[in-house]
Write a protein that binds this ligand. Sequence first.
Ligand SMILES: Cc1cc2nc3c(=O)[nH]c(=O)nc-3n(C[C@H](O)[C@H](O)[C@H](O)COP(=O)(O)OP(=O)(O)OC[C@H]3O[C@@H](n4cnc5c(N)ncnc54)[C@H](O)[C@@H]3O)c2cc1C
Length: 341
Amino acid sequence: MKEYQVIIAGASFAGLSVALKLKGKVLLIDTADIGKRQISACGAPLDVIEGVGCKDSILQISNLFSLHVNGREVYFNLKKPYCTFDYFRFCSRLYSGTNAEFLKASVIKIEKNDLFVVHTSGGKFASRILVDATGWKAFIAEKLKPGYVHRNMLSFGIETEVPYREENFHFFYEPEFMKNGVSWIFPCGEFSRFGVASYSGERKLLPRLDVFLERYRLRRRQVHGGFFCYSLKEPVVDNVFIVGCAQGQTLPLTGEGIRRCIKYGIKCGEIIMRILEGEISMEEGLEKYSRSALGPKRKYSWLLRLQNGILKTPEKNLEIGARIVSSRLLSGFLEKRYLGI
Ligand SMILES: Cc1cc2nc3c(=O)[nH]c(=O)nc-3n(C[C@H](O)[C@H](O)[C@H](O)COP(=O)(O)OP(=O)(O)OC[C@H]3O[C@@H](n4cnc5c(N)ncnc54)[C@H](O)[C@@H]3O)c2cc1C
């Protein structure tokens, strides 16, 4: 059986960010080819995408977000620009910065002896360190600890990319398009990504997406999407590092996860590297990662309260609230707090 120092299951934002920091024998496993399974609108702060050397994947940049609520538009001028990017180019670029070997296969089963034995559709592999970056399903954590995934705390979203030129980012809290959730337009050059998401995990969203598109006289094209989990969970299960959406790093309210999957993926990779170099013990590394990945717990639960509160607030009051927080001083303060999570 082939042996590695580290095996990472899942080669998207979180898994690739862990790999970015590792030297030595590393195996990245994913069911899909790298960059071929886009689920998201691929919007993130510009400095995050540039910071991991993926500038050439950027499609559009804007400082302006407009929130549509109660039939009105409220503008937010961001201090830090936001961008959309090309998922395939982003992942390929990130992967090229790693030392990892890639295997296209599904992880099926895990055994733990002195080493982890990872059973995949492409054979068995062993490693001292194992990382679960398999997204909301947290495939490995769920296998090791059934019930790890909080199935009652999943949002579900879909989107389509259509030819439509737009200058800024749009969010909609308009029940006409989406009840118990949010809709968005994310511009990406000659195209824009139109999406709808349900906070309660409702899955029949195609008719809602169509109504949203019709408002702009557009027709649906290929659709992608999926679940995302909004409960922050244990970062370590049976000595396995759980990263990204698998651990619940996608934020409630905004559904933003890429920034945090990259941030905590990198953190996890740095800690694993220190273990491999003998600078810290395995136990110390697991403890350090746990503390770091649970750091934003209080701010995270604030966003969850806001998400629940918004669903119960009359639209008129939401509009008033949005106008208050859109003032230059307050929005700058809140943006800084939000980006600190
Ligand atoms: C419609 C929608 C729009 C979104 N838009 C945004 C946005 O604009 N900005 C933002 O910040 N966030 C957005 N998000 C959230 C964002 O997509 C997630 O936070 C992010 O994808 C999580 O990254 P990840 O690497 O943890 O997991 P994922 O991106 O889900 O990747 C998990 C990987 O694991 C692989 N995998 C799963 N099971 C196995 C297995 N058994 N064996 C091998 N491989 C496996 C999968 O193939 C996949 O490649 C959006 C989500 C949705 C659904």
